[in-house]
Design a protein around this ligand. Structure first.
Ligand SMILES: Cc1ncc(C[n+]2csc(CCOP(=O)(O)OP(=O)(O)O)c2C)c(N)n1
Ligand SMILES: [Mg+2]
Length: 513
């Protein structure tokens, strides 16, 4: 068996997985990992300005590449700085592998779907491979490996070829029963969560909705599971209860709801029977209230379900298209009363971007984007689960994962400043991202929430706002200032032609939902 250090074993195992990039900040205990890179010219470490940016980049990389994103930090403060993005990755089921030092297990458990203390350098190839299997196939989400203490340790280590990870099949009897229920349903309905995106089940999903003629709807995090320019698409991101006459009519008419990687309620309980399917077998085993709860790899379960539905001849009757159209019209009218500027801006953004553009988002514009930025291809819109600072670094990760696709970050001015230092990282590595700052000169969401709750607002305004165009230029990026959201398409058209990192500073103040 060849002798090598733990750091060498990490790099070689990741190379065998087809991963040549990691994001992190060097420090005492992980220098043994950075040092090995001298011998691996293909490996590109992206050193960030803050650990938070590193883990967000790893998240953006993981989402866009559908592989694992790797974040490297020291333990203690470096570990803590990566905590927020890791918690987000957990909420979004995004496979981020955090290579770090010793930490109290309890801390690790808060953010990782799984964590492991690696005892010997010899274990490294197995442990990393096992992590890939768990994070990508078994239960998508981040993981932490306490490993830095081995980066300099020499051991006999065997690096093995990468393997294709196979997920588990679902229970064939349950799937056949589900197919029968769905085919016999008068009004079936499909509800999707984010793991459908991570598990790459979009094709099977579209096939199923068409075979069943069932409309589909995604959670906010599930946006991206399927393209949205489809007649059976209802919307994304109404995780809160929907209550109006049109929605009531649609929701109350559903007699079978198929919830795939999603909860059995859409703000309110579904009328009729509920069938659930998830890669999380433990969760499915605990679900006693649904008619059927199917555990197994979603892509496999859906593929089998499609076959069963096909063998039964599909569903003959159509879901009333006028109900779908009325729901969409009503939803738009309702949101246009609250946030017309947000919706107009998102429609302008869509019109200016090629169909395969990956958009990473932050703040209120991202929240509204879940509903009103229409994706034309799966996996092309990403929103964190509420934290600020994700958009720009996640765009860097996504662009490194998909260099041939345009990548655009949209963020509020507040969110942009959370991780603005990593604009330098993008410029240094020539990661050609485009950033659109929706500038409200402060925390507009906070202002609205305060007024709604207390009738007055404080501490939301940035009274000395930076000039972001000048800021961008100072970092070596292209800075563009526009006077109104109406100029966005023109500005984007211009910057998309350049091969520089670009930042567009656009005035926009929009309310929360
Ligand atoms: C890490 C983190 N800290 C604080 C908050 C609370 N918070 C929610 S929205 C918001 C303001 C965001 O400002 P900006 O990005 O400029 O967007 P705007 O609301 O102005 O559109 C804040 C501070 C949060 N979501 N995440
Ligand atoms: Mg703002």
């Amino acid at each position: 068996m060849p002798k090598m250090t733990g750091g060498e074993a990490v790099i070689q195992t990741l190379e065998a997985e087809g991963i040549n990039t990691f994001f992190g900040v060097p420090g005492g205990e992980n220098l043994g990992l950075f040092d090995v890179i001298h011998e691996h010219p293909k490996v590109c470490p992206i050193v960030t300005r803050h650990e938070q940016g590193a883990a967000f980049m790893a998240d953006g990389y993981a989402r866009a590449s559908r592989k694992a994103g790797i974040a490297v930090t020291i333990s203690g403060n470096g570990f803590m700085n990566a905590m927020t993005p890791l918690a987000q990755a957990k909420a979004s089921s995004s496979p981020v592998l955090h290579l770090t030092g010793l930490n109290p297990q309890a801390l690790v458990d808060q953010v990782s779907a799984f964590s492991y203390y690696v005892k010997q350098a010899q274990e490294i190839p197995y442990v990393i491979r096992d992590a890939m299997l768990r994070m990508i196939t078994v239960r998508p989400g981040p993981m932490a490996l306490a490993i830095s203490h081995l980066f300099g340790q020499v051991d006999d280590i065997e690096i093995r070829e990468s393997e294709e990870y196979q997920g588990k099949d679902g229970d064939a009897k349950k799937i056949a029963e589900a197919a029968k229920l769905l085919v016999q349903a008068k009004r079936p309905f499909i509800y999707l969560g984010e793991r459908v995106v991570r598990l790459q089940a979009s094709e099977e999903l579209i096939r199923l909705t068409e075979l069943l003629q069932a409309p589909y709807f995604t959670t906010r995090q599930g946006k991206g599971a399927v393209r949205e320019n489809h007649p059976l698409y209802l919307g994304a991101g109404w995780d809160a209860p929907i209550a109006d006459e049109v929605s009531d009519k649609l929701m109350n008419s559903i007699d079978v709801a198929l919830c795939i990687e999603a909860p059995a309620a859409l703000g309110r309980a579904f009328s009729g029977e509920v069938i659930r399917s998830s890669v999380d077998e433990a969760e499915m085993a605990q679900d006693k209230s649904s008619k059927l709860a199917i555990g197994g790899h979603t892509k496999k379960v859906l593929s089998r379900l499609c076959e069963e539905v096909e063998s039964l001849g599909g569903r003959k009757s159509e879901f009333p298209r006028e109900l779908i159209a009325a729901f969409k019209k009503e939803a738009l009218a309702r949101d246009m009363q609250i946030a017309p500027l947000a919706i107009e801006t998102l429609k302008l953004l869509r019109s200016a971007l090629p169909p395969d553009t990956i958009v990473t988002s932050d703040s209120l514009i991202g929240l509204w984007g879940c509903r009103w930025y229409e994706i034309l291809e799966p996996n092309t819109f990403h929103f964190p689960n509420g934290t600020l600072g994700f958009g720009m670094p996640a765009a860097i990760g996504a662009k490194l994962a998909c260099p041939d696709k345009p990548v655009v970050a949209i963020a509020g001015d507040g969110a942009f400043m959370y991780t603005a230092s990593d604009l330098a990282t993008a410029v240094q590595h020539k990661v050609n991202i485009k950033v659109v700052i929706c500038n409200s000169h402060g925390f507009e969401a906070i202002r609205h929430h305060q007024i709604r709750r207390f009738g007055r607002a404080i501490a939301y305004e940035h009274t000395s706002p930076p000039d972001f165009a000048v800021f961008a230029e100072a970092f070596g990026a292209e800075g563009v200032k526009i006077d109104s959201h109406e100029q966005l398409p023109q500005a984007l058209e211009k910057v998309l032609k350049t091969d520089r990192v670009s930042v567009i500073d656009m005035p926009l103040a929009i309310p929360p939902m």
